[in-house]
Design a binder for this molecule. Sequence first.
Ligand SMILES: [Zn+2]
Length: 170
Amino acid sequence: MLMQCPGCPLRFLYRYGKAYHSEACRRQHGHTKKAEQDHQLWIKTAEFVLPSQLRNLDPYASVQAVLEGHQKAGAKFYRLGCPGLEAHAGAKPQLRWFPPTTVRANSLFSIAPYEEPAVPFPGPYLIALFGAQHELLYEPFFKLPICTFNQITRWYMGTRRIDVRKADLR
Ligand SMILES: [Zn+2]
C-alpha cells in the first residue's frame, strides 16, 4: 500500500509507525509547521492599545505601566517574542523568545521588581504573561513596542521551543 507523505509530494510504501517518507522530511515538515503556527500567532496578535492615561508616558514607562497593570490578574513574570527582522521580508521564521535560557534559566523577566526587557532590536514584541509559580497565565494576546534593546542580545540567542501557548501546538 502506498502512503502520501504529509511533508512533500512523495508517496512511499506503508510501514507501521512511519508517517513521513523520511526522517529528514519529518523534521523539515515539523519545522515548517511550527514556523507557520508562529507566523499565525504573530500576524493575528494585535498591538496593545494604550489607555489614554498612559499615552503621555515615554515608551519605557508605558511598557512598564502596561506590564504592572496586569499584576491585578496575577502576572508576576513576562516573556517577549518576535520573529526577527526576516519577518519583514516576508519569510516565516520561528519566533524567538527573550530572555534566552542562557541568560535566565526560566526565560522570564520579572514584573515586580520591574526588570527592563533586553531584546535584540527595537520594535513590536509578543507578550506572554506568567504567574508566581511561573505558570502561563495568558498566551501572547497583545504586542507592545519595546525600545529597551541591548547590543549584546542577538536574535538567534532567543529561545524557540518554549511554553507560550496553553494548547500545545507543537
Ligand atoms: Zn516527504
